[in-house]
Design a protein around this ligand. Sequence first.
Ligand SMILES: Cc1cc2nc3c(=O)[nH]c(=O)nc-3n(C[C@H](O)[C@H](O)[C@H](O)COP(=O)(O)OP(=O)(O)OC[C@H]3O[C@@H](n4cnc5c(N)ncnc54)[C@H](O)[C@@H]3O)c2cc1C
Length: 413
Amino acid sequence: MPHTVHVIGAGLAGLSAAMRLAQAGENVLLHEASAQAGGRCRSYNDSTLGMMIDNGNHVILSGNRSALAYLDTIGATGRMRGPHEADFSFIDLASNERWQLRLGDGMLPWWIFSDARRVPNTRARDYLVLARLMWRPGKGTVGEAITCSGALYERLIEPILLATLNNEPPEASARLAATLMRETLAAGGRTCRPLIAHEGLSAAFVDPALAYLAAHGATVQFEHELHRIGFEDGRAISLDFGGKAVRLAREHAVILAVPPNFAARLLPGLQVPNEFRAIANVHFRVGQATALPAMTGVVHGLTQWIFAYPGRLSVTISAADALMQMPREQLARNVWGEVASIAGLPETLPPWQVVRERRATIATEPRQEALRPQAVTAWGNIFLAGDWTSTGLPPTIESAIRSGERAAKLAAA
Ligand SMILES: Cc1cc2nc3c(=O)[nH]c(=O)nc-3n(C[C@H](O)[C@H](O)[C@H](O)COP(=O)(O)OP(=O)(O)OC[C@H]3O[C@@H](n4cnc5c(N)ncnc54)[C@H](O)[C@@H]3O)c2cc1C
């Protein structure tokens, strides 16, 4: 007999859980509060720019095994595009130097020993600091584990950690940074190829997942917010969707795949991370093609990464809390000043859009890490999923999808 599982929240964690349950033949009901699936990873039609854009530029790496398995199951692997090798273009705005970081395919980091391939102005022995961070991170912050200054830090470690941990690196958890470095840089170039959803996030991660769920008999309800859970004898016995209470039979399970603050409201006594970090994205509609690669890292600028799409350049700034109050046009102008000089484009501000996600991810500092809960809760038939749960990974797509897989296994067990 199939189990019945209510999945609450159709972000990537909820979609991943629902997809794995539907694949296993379970009876799945997915409930989403908003009118759209995808949560923090979605596309929308932007009327100012007159084009579909993503809420934020998202990159996954070729070593993100759960994200790739998810895309494979829903038939969307081809919607991701990236270079054949782990190549990253960088520019330093302070010196105007440009370089290419080529990691190569092997496990051994030969690039460190090549003047032409390692970060300019660094020596092979500088990279010992990476080994220290990876293998002896300690329980504290990155700033306690390594010295956060110098060319290698500013040109490699800081850009990678800012983008993946979404936190000022000196205050971020060294253990989380170590896991990340071990799963990427230390595992070799084959796991570090950056992959981008070239037709948009929804076309890759969301629409094919909804089609898969429909084809496998799952029910998806939008604008169906869970308001309250009824409890009895250590189990959930009812779900209140605002007027419509659903009774749960003994064998029914619930996966809560909602952000941490919502989960804490629904589950009394649940401890969750309670500090967040912002991400700002500034999008520009550009008429002419540029020579910029799909992704460029920018050092010593307000801009951190530039993404080049057909007809659009798009900038990501992580840990952007200090920019939340800046007037939108000023932010667009400041960022465009940098982008125009890098891309060799006119200084006149083209049509722009600023998208700031105040609660883009949880903070990844040691005290917040300690608050990330396991999937199993104090209630026998309720399980947690979400990038913020205790996955051992930074709050990313990979973490969200892996958490969904794990919650699906638990709910079906
Ligand atoms: C701007 C930006 C850039 C990012 N860049 C990257 C990147 O480059 N690489 C990367 O790997 N990750 C990136 N991330 C992180 C990534 O987007 C998230 O890790 C992932 O989308 C989280 O998915 P989730 O399902 O855990 O949570 P969410 O996406 O937050 O989904 C939760 C869902 O639950 C719904 N919900 C809430 N309450 C209820 C309720 N009571 N009832 C029903 N539904 C409810 C919400 O509407 C939402 O749809 C980025 C995030 C942002 C914001």
